[in-house]
Structure formats: structure tokens, C-alpha cells
Design a protein around this ligand. Structure first.
Ligand code: NAG
Ligand code: NAG
Length: 488
């Protein structure tokens, strides 16, 4: 397969399909082998799907201390080598880099919302010199839009090309996906209020404008939006536009406010909140040095979620070593909550008015084992990450039984807790948003989650074209549709 080098970035080539098939066969044999040799330790992360890992380094030796990809159990390694030799498979081992076309939307849709105004031709700030900061406080938890856009802009810099998960391309026919750089959460936070008797606020108007822009684009028309990436992390963002833009892939915090035909776990991508609690750097705590057993600090809502919170409060308020308090975490609250979570063994994450909240990601950053009571929650990258290794899940109906929750928590002893704590420290980087992005952080994990959607997008696109020959207007469709190089 020497000609593999001819298209190093091609996502679907005949060779890579062959390769994929061979790899799949090998994986199948390997998994069969490892079932035979199974030590009973649960598989933690499928390394083959993680950033820049070698495709063949799929065996996790269960030793949570060693994250080094080269630390493969020797005997399995030789089995792999033998198999590799037999099939003579040598193929690209890195995770494919996602090729992203980004619309040059006017600045009012993105950095303009951060009070930045273009000085010259470009709608983008020169992020090498100075770029606007995202507002702090609770705005930050939905700042995904900002980090992804910065990452795409910087992907054109020559530095650090190897450690990228996505690169910006300027020819949309060569792209895997089309990125819509609308800072919708910020637009909701800034402009979502109605003034006076206004029918539409500025956030509604901006969404209308976006729909008008997108549906007129050649890229949108040729795929009917199926390969478009639209960020709507705040549950209230894009409430208008989503009804028109639903064929696209949404990046969301959960599906709480979405009808399943508009958004679902098959089509869309769940992204973490940016945590507001400080990361626990140099955490040398242990089970015994964290005095609080179970910690909850949060708002109490009158809607659905509020009921559960109140019930749990009555169930837990008299238990020893339990901190259960209402009130938000703004201002000095954040410092206090950081202290509280850093000194607790378990942190409660209860459904609020939507199934998700940033509290889960605060708990992860604090290495406080999350206890999740939220039946409808969807979790980021769950196709490659097994949350049961570092979270406790409790059904709402169980949690509301007398003593159920506290008994369960008290039954988890030092050994098991320590294992989960260690895994939290291993996975925390997957939930870290930063610029520049680093290998395996939230920015790259989200791009890779999108990369894993690309085959399904292609499938939908191809199917949608089956009968285009017999339908009227085929000429027009074909003319507006330049097939990407690697389509076949
Ligand atoms: C963490 O530990 C390293 C090495 O001991 C030290 O250089 C660093 O300042 C520490 N950071 C914090 C925030 O304590
Ligand atoms: C964009 O890419 C397509 C497919 O590779 C190619 O045919 C086309 O000429 C390119 N367009 C431009 C403007 O470079």
C-alpha cells in the first residue's frame, strides 16, 4: 500500500477502506484473543480512537498509572506483530485530521460579539498579535464556540502542524465538514433579552440573518446542510434557527430542549461545559484527607429538576459529612465551591432544568468522583470514553428511595474510590478548553468526535443522491455540486 502517501490527508480512499477492513479484522481477532486472556479488568478507553494514538496500540493493560502509549503488554504486542506481519498491513497510524471549511461570516456573528471590529478586509482578528477575550463568569461555561474558532484560525500557522485534530481548508470541495462560526451562546447571553414590546430581540434577528445566509450558500444547497457544523451549546441558543437548520450537526450540551428529529445522539455532538471551578493542580489528596463525603452546591429550580433537588435535600440534610446547599457559584462562590469540591470525595450532579450542567465538569476538574442523577444526560465522547470507570450513575427513581443514595456512597471504600480518582486525573485533560489547544484536550476531542461522524454524513449524502438522475433540476444540482477529490 505504498501509494497511501499520495493522499496523506484523504479521509476516504480505497486504500484506507481496505486498511480499515484489515484493521477491523485484526481488531476482531485481537479482541477475541483478549477475551481469552481477559484478566477481568474492564477496558477503560479505546486508545485507537484517542488523539494521535497508534492504531495498533489498542490494548489497555489496565495499569492506570501508565498512560504512555508505548507501554503495551509485551505478549500482546508480539501477537499484534505476528498478525500485522501475516496481513502485511501498513497504514497511516494517526487519527485522520479533519478538513474544515469555515465561512467568512461577518464579524457581527463572532468576534464582533466580543466588541472587536475589523480594521481591514479580513473579518477575522489577527490572533497572532491580539485577540478579544471571552467574557468570564458563567458565560465561559458555553465558550466552546470561541475555542473551536480560534483553533481553526490558528491551524493555518506553520507551527505545531503535527499535533492538530482539524485544519482549515479554503476550498469547500476539499473539506470533510463546513463550519459555521456563529457564537450563538454569546449571542443569547448578550442579546437574548427583549426590550420593551419588541417581538424579536437582537439574538432572534441574528439567527434570522444566519438562516438567510446559510440557505443561500452553494455549500448548504449541495448537501442540504448535512455536512455543516453549528454550535448551540447554551440550551437556549439557536431556538429559532434550529428549526430551519436541523439537517446540520449541532454541537450541544444536551438534548433536553430538542425534539429528537431536530437533534439526537446519532447525528449530533455533545461537548463538555468549560468548568468554572479551578483545576486541582498537584492534587496529592487522598480518600482520608478529603473530609466531606458528598458535596452539592447549586441552584434550586422550580421546574422539573427542582423537585428532585428538594427531595434529595430532605433525604440528605441530616447525614454526617454531607454538604448540601443551595445558592449559585458566582463571584466568591466560585472560590468557595472550588475549596468544597477539592475537599470532597463525591460530588453530586443532579439534573437541573436541563439534563446537563457544568457541575459535572467542575467535579472532574476537582477530582471529586461525580455522582450523576440525571436519567436523560448525554455525555461527551461517550463512544470512546467509559464514564462508569470514574462516575457513579444513580437512577432518579432509586435516588429518591429512603437511604438508597447514602448507603451506596458509603459502600464505596478507599480502594475503589482511589481507582476512580486516579482515572479522573487521567481524563481531566479531555475536558480542558484552551488556546492554543493541546493534544487530547477538549478542543481536539470535539474535532475528533466530529471526525467520527464523517462516514455517516457521507452515507446520508450519497443516499440522498440516489434518485437525483430522475428528478427535475438534476442539472442544477450537479452543477452546484463539485465532488470532493476523494469521493467515489
Ligand atoms: C505543581 O508542582 C510543580 C512541581 O513540583 C510546581 O513547579 C508547580 O508550581 C506546582 N503548581 C501549583 C499550582 O502548585
Ligand atoms: C476545489 O477543489 C476541487 C476538487 O479538488 C477542484 O476541482 C477545484 O478546482 C478547486 N477549486 C479551486 C477554486 O481551487
Amino acid at each position: 500500500m505504498a501509494e497511501r502517501n499520495a493522499s496523506p490527508l484523504g479521509f476516504v480512499t480505497r486504500n484506507s477502506l481496505l486498511c480499515l477492513f484489515s484493521v477491523a479484522s485484526i481488531l476482531f481477532i485481537l479482541s477475541w484473543l483478549s477475551v481469552l486472556r481477559s484478566t477481568g479488568r474492564p477496558r477503560f478507553i479505546d486508545h485507537s480512537l484517542l488523539p494521535n494514538s497508534k492504531l495498533f496500540a489498542v490494548t489497555d493493560n489496565g495499569n492506570s498509572e501508565s498512560q504512555n502509549q508505548n507501554d503495551i503488554e509485551p505478549s500482546i504486542e508480539s501477537e499484534e506483530k505476528a498478525l500485522e506481519g501475516k496481513n502485511s498491513v501498513k497504514c497511516g497510524s494517526n487519527y485522520p485530521v479533519l478538513k474544515v471549511f469555515m465561512y467568512d461570516l461577518p464579524a457581527e456573528f463572532h468576534f464582533g460579539l466580543l466588541d472587536w471590529a475589523p480594521a481591514g478586509e479580513s473579518v477575522w482578528p489577527d490572533i497572532r498579535t491580539k485577540f478579544p477575550l471571552y467574557p468570564g463568569g458563567l458565560n465561559l461555561q458555553h465558550s466552546i464556540e470561541y475555542w473551536l474558532t480560534l483553533d481553526l484560525l490558528s491551524s493555518e500557522f506553520p507551527e505545531n502542524q503535527n499535533a492538530r485534530a482539524a485544519i482549515r481548508v479554503h476550498n469547500s470541495s476539499e473539506a470533510d465538514v463546513i463550519f459555521v462560526p456563529f457564537f450563538s451562546s454569546l449571542s443569547y447571553n448578550h442579546f437574548g433579552k427583549f426590550k420593551g414590546r419588541q417581538k424579536k430581540n437582537e439574538n432572534n434577528l441574528l439567527q434570522d440573518k444566519l438562516v438567510k445566509f446559510l440557505t443561500a450558500q452553494e455549500e448548504w444547497i449541495r448537501s442540504e446542510g448535512r455536512d455543516h457544523i453549528i454550535m448551540a451549546h447554551h440550551p437556549n441558543s439557536m431556538l429559532d434557527a434550529r428549526m430551519k437548520l436541523w439537517p446540520a450537526i449541532f454541537i450541544l450540551s444536551d438534548f433536553g430542549r430538542y425534539p429528537p428529529n431536530i437533534a439526537n445522539v446519532g447525528k449530533d455532538v455533545i461537548a463538555p461545559y468549560k468548568h468554572v471551578i479551578k483545576s486541582f493542580i498537584n492534587d496529592t489528596s487522598d480518600f482520608d484527607s478529603r473530609p466531606t463525603l458528598l458535596y452539592f452546591q447549586g441552584a434550586i429550580y422550580r421546574k422539573d429538576g427542582g423537585f428532585i433537588r428538594q427531595e434529595l435535600f430532605y433525604l440528605l440534610k441530616d447525614e454526617k459529612d454531607v454538604h448540601f446547599a443551595f445558592g449559585n457559584t458566582q463571584g466568591n462562590g466560585i472560590n468557595k465551591a472550588s475549596q468544597g469540591m477539592h475537599s470532597s470525595k463525591f460530588c453530586l450532579n443532579i439534573a437541573g432544568d436541563t439534563p446537563s450542567s457544568n457541575r459535572l465538569f467542575d467535579a472532574i476538574a476537582s477530582h471529586c468522583v461525580p455522582v450523576i442523577i440525571s436519567d436523560e444526560i448525554e455525555l461527551p465522547y461517550e463512544d470512546v470514553l467509559d464514564y462508569s470507570q470514574f462516575c457513579i450513575f444513580v437512577r432518579t427513581s432509586d435516588a429518591l428511595k429512603d437511604k438508597f443514595l447514602i448507603k451506596l456512597i458509603r459502600s464505596i471504600k478507599k480502594d475503589e474510590w482511589t481507582r476512580m480518582w486516579r482515572r479522573l486525573k487521567e481524563v481531566e485533560n479531555f475536558f480542558e478548553f484552551q488556546y492554543p489547544s493541546k493534544e487530547g484536550d477538549a478542543v481536539q476531542m470535539i474535532w475528533q468526535a466530529i471526525t467520527r461522524k464523517v462516514p455517516a454524513i457521507r452515507m446520508k449524502l450519497h443516499k440522498s443522491r440516489r434518485f437525483s438522475r430522475s428528478s427535475v433540476g438534476r442539472e442544477r444540482v450537479l452543477n452546484s455540486m463539485q465532488l470532493p477529490k476523494n469521493f467515489w
